[in-house]
Design a protein around this ligand. Structure first.
Ligand SMILES: [Zn+2]
Length: 305
């Protein structure tokens, strides 16, 4: 069975209709049943032990802390509200909360592979939203202060009433194929053996196919014709949507832009299959929590034709 796309597949109902009802939202905030995922400087709280999982807290956990912003409603599960709470104002959280024996704040990128899929998706939503709220205390229109509304679904300016919504930035990420070969690139600072799909932000006035063609040509000099969507992934660093594609090359000649790539090469299916199976010490591809891994694996298995 294929591994799931990491950071997707949250088990929570986002409650985008009920969160507009102030009375319902306040009842969830006051309910002793409600659960809170603390994040400290964008690191979610995880249970210690052999099986890592999100560590949910009760409201008492953070009630006495100064400088804690309003909790963000992530959604409900089995009728229980789940919130994210930003406790970054605490200097030494492990000591202050007395949790060092049972839980710890962890970098999400480093720990995603250890988490159950649903927990990783919840942590992704929490990380992106907490980061967005922390950066948007002021209105981009008039500079006034903003406040969180609808349980953190958006913010409204106190002064000019402008509404601001959390953004998601689309990133086109593509493997490029030509006949029986697939081109991958190696970015600056990557491990010597690592090759992956080429990626870049979709720019204004550009569709996904155009973004793939432009990005691949800028980075590698290879012209791409047809582009097909394969799968996508939320990427909460801080809030991208990776849109995975396969691009059909019109030529194989590579001319690298060294500001963007250190290397780009064409690989056979056998070479990439060996890399996926860990049989090539000189060649590695991204781990299963990255969408590039799914693209490469799908091509190697022949499921993209
Ligand atoms: Zn304003």
């Amino acid at each position: 069975m294929r591994p799931p796309i990491s950071f997707a597949g949250s088990p929570l109902d986002r409650e985008n209709l009920r969160r507009r009802e102030r009375a319902w939202l306040e009842a969830q905030q006051k309910s002793p049943e409600s659960r809170y995922l603390p994040l400290w400087r964008l690191q979610p709280l995880l249970k210690r032990g052999d099986e890592r999982a999100l560590a949910w807290a009760k409201r008492e956990f953070f009630e006495d802390i100064e400088g804690v912003p309003e909790p963000v409603l992530l959604g409900t599960r089995d009728g229980v509200a789940h919130f994210a709470i930003d406790v970054s104002s605490v200097e030494r959280p492990d000591e202050s909360f007395g949790i060092a024996d049972v839980a710890s704040f962890e970098d999400l990128r480093a720990s995603v592979a250890l988490l159950p899929a649903g927990d990783a998706a919840i942590a992704a939503q929490a990380r992106s939203l907490v980061d967005w709220h922390a950066r948007h205390g002021h209105c981009a229109v008039c500079g006034g202060h903003t406040r969180s509304v609808q349980g953190g679904a958006n913010r409204v300016c106190f002064d000019c009433q402008a509404e601001h919504f959390p953004r998601t930035d689309p990133v086109a990420i593509a493997i490029v194929v030509h006949g029986d070969r697939c081109m991958l690139g190696r970015g600056p600072g990557w491990p010597e053996t690592m090759f992956s799909a080429l990626a870049g932000f979709v720019e204004a006035g550009e569709n996904l196919e155009e973004a793939v063609r432009r990005e691949v040509f800028e980075e590698s000099g290879v012209r791409v014709g047809a582009v097909r969507y394969v799968c996508s992934q939320p990427w909460p660093f801080p809030s991208s949507l990776m849109i995975g594609c396969i691009g059909l090359a019109e030529s194989e000649e590579i001319a690298i832009d060294h500001a963007e790539l250190d290397d780009a090469r064409w690989f056979t299916r056998d070479a990439l299959r060996a890399a996926l199976e860990g049989r090539r010490p000189d060649l590695s591809v991204p781990p299963p929590f990255a969408v590039a891994h799914h693209l490469i694996r799908a091509w190697v298995e022949g499921s993209l034709e």
